[in-house]
Ligand binder design. Structure first.
Ligand SMILES: [Zn+2]
Length: 409
């Protein structure tokens, strides 16, 4: 069985960390100068691993195996959040390269084909999952017109970094049989349960509402209480009741957040005429999301016109459906985990979004999680234990070898 080189893996991760290092964290937003330097370095790493590597027209670094036959794509994204951690994305990218190296170096697996990838802009500096959308041919004009915080469009950024005339690497249905991605969990579940590997079952769906309460703005001193149509009071009451009702239909892993609440005009001596509340909820089960949507709409209808305040509750953000990982591929990850660390793994949903949300519509996907210390991510303090990082790569390498061996003609 092919053994990965844990020292080489961790050294290469530390090297990638140095591109944009900021204390213990990393600042490497997509298409920044440092991001492009990191991509050039990743291309060199892939070439050194024996892959035919390019930075493509969407900024993806893609390393193609010289081997023919059924091929797995393995990787993640190499861009970071504005104040990102050093492992988010980066770890999965270096796993792909290390697994390609390890399988090529072992005579029993040297004939198997691994394509390594570092996607661009998963973190939506410009537009979410830019690289994976390009790979599956879903990058439309609307996405290319999306901008970063400075107002630069995707198209302009691609031109600025000199990739306008470079072709985009595309998914090859005759070659690619699946996509594997390892990631830090970014939550506390594995650590709290004293487990080492998560085999991801699905990525949660996301829905939301933007609820508006329209009352009557008036003087906070002269308006008697019985004559008020206070949009703020209605909003607070709604939020309190909604939280109870959502809890009554939620599943054990459902999360919901009132992430924004505003009173207009928002002054001490004015009764708010309008209040706005933003609700977002996530679960891997679309039926649960549907139930939550139902109770929220029911409550809005029930409370409408109570004390003269009109409530409208249209859906907010465009909903994201739960994404299901491929069960066949997942079984290989579970078997590999059971073999390396019996009883120390679990099948679990992902509460964060990842590139397989895009890719899984075109090819079977599977994901593996390793524990995050303290469940912290999207922060400079994000970290994982070195033995956990090494173990995750070995388990994914075992799974990849087993998937490809089974798929040989
Ligand atoms: Zn990530």
């Amino acid at each position: 069985m092919a053994e990965i080189d844990g020292v080489r893996l961790v050294d290469s991760l530390q090297k990638l960390r140095s591109f944009g290092a900021n204390g213990t964290g990393v600042v490497r937003p997509t298409f920044s100068a440092i991001d492009m330097e990191a991509r050039a370095w990743l291309r060199a790493q892939m070439r050194d691993a024996g892959l035919d590597a390019v930075v493509d027209g969407a900024g993806n670094v893609f390393g193609k195996s010289p081997n023919p036959g059924p091929t797995l794509v393995i990787g993640s994204h190499s861009d970071t959040q504005p104040n990102g951690g050093w492992l988010d994305g980066a770890m999965g990218v270096m796993y792909g390269i290390e697994i390609a190296r390890a399988l090529l170096a072992d005579p029993s697996t040297a004939h198997l084909a691994i394509d390594a990838v570092a996607w661009s802009d998963e973190e939506a500096t410009y537009t979410s999952c830019l690289g994976s959308r390009s790979f599956v041919g879903e990058l439309d004009d609307k996405a290319l017109a999306d901008t970063n915080a400075e107002g630069e469009t995707v198209s302009d950024a691609i031109a600025r970094v000199g990739l306008s005339d470079v072709p985009q690497v595309r998914f090859d249905s005759g070659r690619h049989i699946g996509y594997l991605e390892a990631h830090i969990e970014q939550g506390p579940h594995l650590e709290e349960s004293d487990l080492l590997i998560g085999a991801v079952t699905s990525i949660v769906g996301i829905r939301g509402f933007e609820i508006t309460f329209t009352g009557e703005q008036n003087h906070a001193g002269t308006t008697p209480m019985h004559r008020r149509k206070d949009a703020g009071v209605a909003m607070f009451e709604f939020a309190t009741r909604a939280a109870k009702r959502i809890a009554s239909v939620a599943g054990p892993k459902t999360v919901w957040t009132f992430g924004d609440a505003r009173l207009e005009p928002g002054a001490p001596s004015i009764i708010p005429g309008v209040a706005r509340l933003v609700l977002q909820f996530r679960d891997a089960d679309d039926a649960i999301l549907e139930s939550i949507a139902g109770v929220v709409q029911e409550l809005a209808a029930e409370m409408n016109n109570e004390q003269g305040v009109v409530i409208s509750a249209p859906p907010g953000r465009s909903p994201i459906l739960p994404t299901h990982m491929d069960e066949g591929l997942r079984t290989h990850i579970e078997r590999a985990a059971e073999s390396r660390v019996p009883g120390k793994w679990v099948a679990m949903p992902s509460a964060a979004g990842h590139d397989p949300m895009v890719l899984s519509n075109h090819l079977p996907c599977a994901m593996l999680f390793i524990p995050s210390i303290g469940g912290v991510s999207h922060d400079f303090s994000e970290d994982s234990l070195t033995p956990d990082i090494v173990l995750g790569c070995q388990v994914l390498a075992d799974a990849a070898a087993s998937i490809l061996s089974e798929a040989q003609p």
